[in-house]
Design a protein around this ligand. Sequence first.
Ligand code: UD1
Ligand code: UDP
Length: 370
Amino acid sequence: MKILTVFGTRPEAIKMAPLVEALQKDKELESVLCVTAQHREMLDQVLALFALTPDYDLNIMKQDQSVNQITSAVLNGMEAVLEREKPDLVLVHGDTTTTFASALAAFYKKIPVGHVEAGLRTYDKYSPYPEEMNRVLTGHIAELHFAPTERNRQNLLAEGVREENIFITGNTVIDALLKVKDIPYEFEDETLKSLDFQGKRVITVTCHRRENLGENMAQIFGAIRDAAQAFPDVEVVYPVHLNPRVRQAAREVLGGVERVHLIAPLQYQPFVNLMARSFLIVTDSGGMQEEAPSLGKPVLVVRKETERPEALEAGTVKLAGVSRETIFSMVKELLTEKEKYRRMAGAKNPYGDGRACDRIVRIIKNVQLE
Ligand code: UD1
Ligand code: UDP
């Protein structure tokens, strides 16, 4: 059986790398890897860490690209790959435009699609945008649905997906995290090397979502600046996403602010170590809401909604919204109220046990594909 795995951005790569490793190890399967390179440097960082060499690299990234550009470049690029490889199954991940366009390209060739991290929903078409619609559409194309949690399974059932095609596997991000989390690591980045992680409280920040570009980002970054200025024992580390619009917004509000460190995106291993040594995480990332509980770190999500209600219920994550005052007051609460902090930091991770990839491989080998 030949499996073609396709991904293109940093988070897909992190979450699919351990699965590609597991597919490659299995002697009964043939594994082919195609990257769209919707991201370039941020993708290559992950490929290098997991020592993955793609068989195909569509190399589609353009500066400040639009979703239309990504969609058409992936559709065009995938056609030749699918014709040449004729895989029995195409595996895609999550909710990016690479995910949806690759699934659509496979559908046009009548090749079955397996969707990893299936069934996450906010039920708001424009938030996250365009991810909500990307994952809904991918879910309608896919034959096999690898759902991280029971709630994700329920979402798919409610949309008419057949029960026998949904498999609860846990999230593969935990597999990736556990591979790097306990390896002893010293920072190489000069800023991180010089930070006093014992004496200071480090807040790790990331923010990149398209629906946050503009006013929301101004509000979020304003709150971060307020927190850095109000608490002299706080150091903020923000590895800024390479999207030029994000970089400009971050520079405008946070550039030159005392104890706020804007640095380049980090390799996955240093980034996991940064989260693990931080006091608090403030982010609009999806993946970090799943990782942080395994590191015992509270997360404030700077978005209006989350498709990860399990983390809210477990108490490891709180929705902080996108208003400067609210975000600041929630950061302040965790900096000043020990008991509230302790409760969030001690909650259990609802996203898996680090064995999702083995489960997915076993399922793929046992299903009958039409
Ligand atoms: C994409 C996904 C989003 C995912 C995010 C993870 C879409 C529409 N968006 O958003 O779902 O959560 O990745 O990070 O699928 N850039 C570089 N180098 C890189 C990466 C990006 O220079 O390695 C710059 C380029 O100018 C690029 C821009 O960032 O045009 C935006 O990249 P894009 O993939 O379109 O959007 P993201 O915001 O990264
Ligand atoms: N991450 C990383 N380096 C960084 C910032 C994030 O390796 O500088 C990792 C993070 O641990 C998580 C993933 O990248 O696994 C999140 O990616 P991103 O925020 O780009 O996407 P999202 O999670 O929103 O889909």
